[in-house]
Design a protein around this ligand. Structure first.
Ligand code: 3H9
Length: 706
């Protein structure tokens, strides 16, 4: 059995301490330990109350996620455990020492009283795993805080810090000192006052007012179509909370919760989301990086370049409380960059998501400097100038002269050769890539790029720094475009080819939108601006690529995208809705004709495959060449950096769910039909199919591609 619960008697109070490091999920041994502990306390006349707390850094992180979808486990299930606790005739006090999430908060809600450490977050984040609180959370929380607040908490799944939980009524008290001592003192008070128990199932006042209030639930349901488009669990959650309010009694509501939980549990979105949960954590583990590698202490950062990327990265440091210098060789750029940073913070303050005091504090951590040499006191220096290899090399050769021993030198490139940059310094082992995604202060992904000489200390520190900056970090090898951008090229190119072959931008964009991305490739291109690529191609003397012809001709006609109201689509003044435009469609048809394409109809299914399978094939090549360590790393990159729907699990997971044999058959067919190199099937993919395996089985840092 995994995990245990220690039983200790303290002057007539039973103290149950949950011990399942590091975060105390409700594994078999914990559930059994809670049942045994409650039974023992109830059977002992000397015991008047029970205090439940967690050891280590959490109270309880929830149900044991690794058990979902697996074989039945031994001992009591969570429902039985909580029924035992709720039936206790002696008061139970939850002493919430740290994180109480999911089943962890549900345990606390089955206790009679709750006291929390001020820094403890509580919440019901099951929705992020494609689940719902299935141990009474959807029934008890509304009874405690009202239906609307409960919907907000459970459908967002966001953590609620203890002081806010107190204000909402989720906890009764905040501890000011040692949580266990105060939990016991609280129990003594309750005993002195007559040992009353208090079961949330019996509380009706908070929900009574909403009984029959269809308007409330209909309004929330309509919003769900926008805020949680395509997701299964939120709709189920709403049904449960409706039942909490309207069902005949508590047990009838619980029956609805059980039905909806079972539906979520067997839904493919649940599997995909739990895959991403574990993939994001596995991505932190770098097989050939010793666990005890000594990490460098990062007390100060330095950023070169005060443009969008540099400013966003500086904000990440300030948000994490790390002082950071920011330099730009153009004083005007530096001043503008600081203004943008200030504006970004001010917007967050105006939305009520940051206090003015905290904004001032963060701004004070960002120190602009016109003097390059000032950067030398950073423990990590991140170059974030525009993508020009020569410029980056020049900067790195200058850095050599100003940095201290051990400083990490990082380049924020989205795909340039990190080794070529490292080679101009006298310390290539100190160099790595840190690829932030734009806007860097918002996007969760960080690709840590391993140069051929990057030292383990540098890589370990870079991964740890990513976590401190609140990023999901993935290690990538040094190849053009690394993981994310190397793959995306295949997606964009196939979309561009299909409009030459007869599909419309609107059809392709709709297929991608329906698949779950926020927008398709052409709406995205219009948003970014078609003129950027056009100008870049012109500077290089123009392009012969068939896929460049349409955007080039659109730009020649002054169609730059959203910025001037016309690109692949046209836009009404002040409205970003893409509208079909005869002029753009005429350009597409004419160019296709001139290039000799014969136009054909596409099914939505074919469009989806043409867009997504290049990601899969290139992803497989990244694995086979060792530039990505695991299929899960690639999925992590795509959901955190490219807006790939998390509930589909990332491109490699998606391929597994389609069956790799059918994916390979399509890729081979596309290769035969087009001869395009992107479709040359990956050797790894062919081998997996021949062995009847899938990408999930290639956990691999030790990818055996022989
Ligand atoms: C639920 O409760 C359903 C019920 O309503 C109904 C049931 C009937 N289980 O994230 P970290 C592992 S659904 C198993 O790096 P942090 C994690 O994989 C659950 N393992 O630490 C990692 O392992 P490793 C609802 C878990 O401090 C290690 O612990 N609960 C679980 O950055 C450390 O994790 C949630 O959704 C788990 N529940 O963050 C909460 N949780 O070292 C999910 C963690 O081998 N968990 N592990 O890689 C979290 O949000 C974060 O882990 C937490 C700690 C905030 C707790």
């Amino acid at each position: 059995m995994k995990g245990t619960v220690h039983y200790e008697e303290r002057d007539g109070i039973a103290l149950l301490s949950i011990d399942n490091p590091p975060v105390n999920p409700l594994s078999t041994g914990v559930r059994a330990g809670l049942c045994d502990g409650v039974e023992r306390a109830l059977g002992d006349d000397n015991i008047k109350a029970i205090v439940v707390t967690g050891m280590h850094r959490a109270f309880i992180a929830g149900a044991d996620i690794s058990e979902f979808g697996g074989p039945p486990t031994d001992g009591p299930d969570l429902g039985e455990t909580l029924a035992d606790m709720e039936a206790s005739t002696k008061p139970i006090i939850a002493a919430i020492n740290g994180t109480a999430f999911g089943g962890g908060l549900e345990v606390a809600l089955c206790c009679d009283y709750r006291i929390a450490s001020p820094s403890a977050p509580v919440g019901l984040p099951e929705v992020k795993l494609g689940l719902l609180p299935g141990a009474g959370g959807t029934q008890r929380l509304p009874r405690l805080i009202g239906a609307e607040a409960a919907v907000q908490a459970i459908i967002s799944g966001d953590p609620i810090m203890a002081p806010d939980a107190l204000a909402l009524g989720i906890v009764d008290r905040i501890a000011s000192g040692d949580i266990v001592e105060e939990g016991i003192a609280y129990a003594e008070e309750i005993i002195a006052a007559g040992s009353a128990t208090r079961k949330i199932r019996n509380i009706e006042e908070k929900i009574a007012g909403d009984r029959g209030n269809d308007e409330l639930f209909d309004r929330i349901e309509n919003n769900l179509n926008k805020s949680h488009r395509g997701q299964f669990a939120p709709v189920q959650i709403l049904e449960c909370i409706r039942a909490a309010v309207n069902a005949e009694d508590f047990d009838a509501g619980m029956a609805v919760e059980q039905k909806c939980f079972a539906a979520c549990l067997s839904h493919p979105q649940r599997e995909a989301l739990i895959h991403i949960f574990f993939a994001e954590r596995a991505a932190n583990k770098i097989p050939d990086l010793p666990k005890d590698v000594p990490l460098l202490e990062v007390t100060r950062g330095s950023i070169i370049g005060a443009g969008t990327m540099g400013g966003g990265i500086a904000m990440c440091f300030a948000n994490a409380g790390i002082p950071v210098r920011i330099h730009d060789n153009d004083p005007e750029n530096l001043a503008r960059g600081m203004k943008v940073i200030e504006g970004n913070y001010a917007r967050t303050v105006s939305k009520g998501r940051l206090s003015q005091g905290e904004m001032d504090n963060r701004l004070s951590l960002i120190i602009p400097t016109e003097n390059f040499d000032d950067l030398g006191d950073g423990d990590v220096i991140i170059e974030a100038v525009y993508e020009n290899l020569e410029l980056k090399k020049e900067i790195f050769s200058r850095l050599d002269g100003i940095v201290k021993e051990g400083t990490i030198l990082a380049t924020n490139t989205s795909g340039l050769d990190v080794d070529a940059i490292a080679a101009v310094t006298s310390r290539p082992d100190q160099v790595c890539g840190l690829h932030f995604f734009s806007p860097a202060n918002v996007m969760p992904l960080l690709e840590v790029v391993r140069g051929k000489e990057s030292s383990p200390v540098v890589l370990g520190t870079a991964m740890a720094l990513g976590k401190r900056l609140g990023k999901v970090s993935v290690m990538a090898g040094n190849c053009p475009g690394f993981i994310g951008n190397r793959m995306i090229g295949g997606y964009s190119r196939q979309a561009s080819m299909m409009i030459l072959e007869g599909a419309s931008p609107a059809q392709i964009d709709k297929v991608i939108y329906d698949f779950g991305l926020a927008m398709g490739p052409f709406a995205m291109a219009d948003m970014v601006g078609l003129d950027l690529g056009w100008r870049a191609r012109k500077m290089m003397g123009g392009s012969n690529e068939a896929t460049a012809r349409i955007p080039d001709e659109l730009c020649e006609l002054g169609r730059y995208g959203q910025k001037n109201g016309k690109g692949y689509y046209r836009y009404e003044e002040g409205d970003r809705t893409p509208l079909s435009d005869p002029e753009a469609n005429e350009v597409i048809a004419r160019v296709a004709g001139e290039l000799g394409f014969s136009r054909q109809d596409f099914s939505d299914d074919e469009i989806l495959k043409r867009c997504i399978y290049p990601l899969v094939n290139i992803g497989a090549k990244l694995l086979e060449e060792g530039y990505a360590l695991r299929a899960g790393d690639i999925d992590t990159v795509y959901v955190n950096g490219y807006g790939f729907p998390t509930y589909v699990g990332g491109p490699m997971w998606f391929a597994d769910t389609q069956g790799l044999d059918s994916v390979l058959a399509d890729i081979e067919r596309f290769f035969e039909e087009t001869g395009d190199d992107v479709w040359r099937p990956s050797e790894l993919l062919k081998r997996l199919v021949s062995e009847g395996r899938n990408f999930a089985s290639v956990d691999t840092a030790s990818v055996d591609t022989a």
